[in-house]
Unconditional design. Structure first.
Length: 177
């Protein structure tokens, strides 16, 4: 199975993000039920490895915290934009949780993640390059700020690539105290 660790988002927040998901030609909007904040991409693993990962994450002790989504940005460059995302206000607790997850996964035998953690919620990927429209879209919504929400758990998701696109399923949730 293909796995990743993420924060699931409350329904009202997903609705709020959904309201942003329009008005950009070439955008392939993420399905509202799929909106999430990735903490660690894991990739394809076998059953035993998945069990080790679950055990490592179950043993992790983390604290609840509040998180606010704000601002928009893109990954990629002007010639080839890859992802449109909503950002996160600076959040030490989130960084700490992510570092603990990274540690736990390395103890479970995974190779270290080399890429720096850039917290974001992907809103869209691109079928074609929207060009200037993408820049305008981001600038027009730059003051976007959602209400803070309480992060009380993190989730191990499986990702299944279906013909209609990715289907994400929560496999296990780990409470924060
Ligand atoms: O959270 P976002 O949407 O940015 O793009 C995939 C998605 O990121 C990313 O993992 C998240 C859950 O699927 N992803 C997919 N393949 C990846 C890979 N090989 C990857 N991230 C890193 N390496």
């Amino acid at each position: 199975m293909r796995l990743f660790v993420a924060l699931a988002l409350p329904a009202d927040l997903r609705s709020r993000l959904c309201a942003l998901s329009a008005g950009l030609p070439g955008a392939r909007w993420v399905d509202p039920s799929n909106l999430h904040l990735t903490l660690r991409f894991i990739g394809e693993v076998g059953r035993h490895e998945a069990e080790d990962i679950d055990a490592a994450l179950s043993g992790l002790k983390g604290k609840r915290f509040s998180l606010t989504l704000a601002g928009l940005g893109e990954f990629g460059d002007d010639r080839r934009p890859r992802q449109l995302w909503v950002g996160v206000e600076p959040n030490e607790a989130l960084e700490r949780l992510q570092a603990k997850i990274e540690n736990a996964l390395q103890r479970a035998g995974l190779a270290p993640e080399k890429r720096k953690f850039k917290p974001h919620v992907t809103l869209a990927r691109f079928k074609t390059n929207p060009g200037e429209r993408l820049h305008d879209y981001i600038v027009e919504r730059s003051l976007f700020r959602a209400a803070p929400f309480e992060v009380t758990e993190f989730t191990l998701f499986s990702s299944y690539l279906a013909r209609e696109g990715a289907i994400y399923a929560p496999e296990a949730a780990y409470p924060l105290l």
